[in-house]
Design a protein around this ligand. Structure first.
Ligand SMILES: Nc1nc2c(c(=O)[nH]1)N[C@H]1C(S)=C(S)[C@@H](COP(=O)(O)O)O[C@H]1N2
Ligand SMILES: [Mo]
Length: 318
């Protein structure tokens, strides 16, 4: 089994990787040596169950969202994911095959006119589907650029009918340790929890994702419903959502519970604010060996910077 010598671009990323992930990578190299590579690649888009919404793809592209770089190759994006429910390393595509996508119910809870649950297919069909080209910047200093399909989160908020007293929307991923072996790691505060202020959730950029590359979302990307908030570090973009809870209390999010000093509630991308353990000035472009400068708000400042006017006391950039 051939293991290439480490290319130089991996060095900054090694520094930019949480310790336990780096250590787990040794195990992953072992899996590679066992010949798992072909399986991971081959399984990336294998459709085992027919998607009941497949007819909605490809969705019409919204031309307002353009990229300053090429779209990441499908297989590069599909074979390098963070989805701790299925393992604390990047090659979780195969493990994520265990994710059962139907039936899938989404609940709207808390400060809403009326709490209710809705079947995912009913929800998706009630929404105006579109495709958008977005960048995504992980806090670990790698990035990708992909065509997401889905609908504006503002549409979902309208559908949920929150009370005017709601200040935040809290989102949670499924909880099922039998299905997702990562959830047996009891030192993580499952289920994965994220949150946005109402101003963030209704900003035009906040996007609910149901597909990618003109197809229903493969499991490892967080099917059947995940978030994309491209001006924030990737960990805000929660996957496989089952719950939206409206509240007037700021939630303590998944990574914040684990390591508040490094991963906060706001997590807006800022090249000038270092992570506790690495620089955020540049990012490795997935599928290449190039590093490019990271932009304030990941290049989306025009749309979102004003949300944070007057929030000087807040730790906005980690
Ligand atoms: N439920 C859940 N959502 C999650 C994560 C996770 O581990 N579990 N990882 C986050 C992180 S750190 C990143 S960078 C993105 C990765 O998205 P991608 O795999 O589609 O590139 O998902 C985010 N959403
Ligand atoms: Mo991330």
């Amino acid at each position: 089994m051939l293991i290439k010598s480490t290319p130089s671009w991996q060095m900054p990323e090694r520094e930019a990787t949480p310790e336990h992930v780096f250590l787990n990578r040794r195990k992953f190299m072992g899996a590679l040596a066992a010949g798992a590579t072909a399986l991971i690649g081959g399984n990336a888009f294998a459709a085992k169950e027919a998607d009941p919404t497949a007819d909605l793809y490809p969705a019409p592209r919204n031309k307002n969202y353009v990229l300053d770089r090429p779209v990441t190759k499908e297989l590069d994006a599909a074979a390098y994911n963070n989805f701790y429910e299925f393992g604390s390393h990047k090659r979780i595509a195969m493990e994520a095959g265990a994710l059962k996508l139907r039936p899938w119910t989404v609940s709207f809870e808390g400060m809403v006119e009326k709490e209710r649950q809705v079947d995912i297919d009913t929800l998706i069909r009630a929404m105006p589907m579109e495709e958008r080209l977005y960048r995504m910047r992980c806090v670990e200093a790698w990035s990708m650029a992909v065509p997401w399909s889905g609908f504006a989160m503002a549409e979902l908020v309208k559908y949920a009918k929150p009370l005017s007293s709601a200040k935040y929307v809290v989102m949670q991923t499924f909880l099922n340790a039998k299905m997702a072996s990562g959830q047996k790691q009891v030192w993580y505060p499952w289920p994965y929890t994220e949150g946005l202020t109402m101003a963030e959730a209704t900003n035009e950029l906040a996007f609910m994702v149901t597909g990618i590359y003109g197809k229903p979302l493969p499991k490892q990307f967080g099917a059947p419903l995940r978030l994309a908030v491209p001006w924030k570090y990737g960990f805000k973009s929660i996957k496989s959502i089952v719950r939206f809870k409206f509240t007037d209390k700021r939630p303590v999010t998944f990574w914040e519970q684990i390591q508040a000093a490094e991963y906060g509630f706001w997590a807006n991308v800022n090249p000038e604010v270092r992570h506790a353990r690495w620089s955020q000035a540049t990012e490795r472009v997935l599928g290449t060996n190039r590093r490019v400068p990271t932009l304030p708000y990941n290049g989306y400042g025009e749309q979102v910077a004003s949300i944070y006017d007057g929030m000087k006391g807040e730790i906005l950039f980690r």
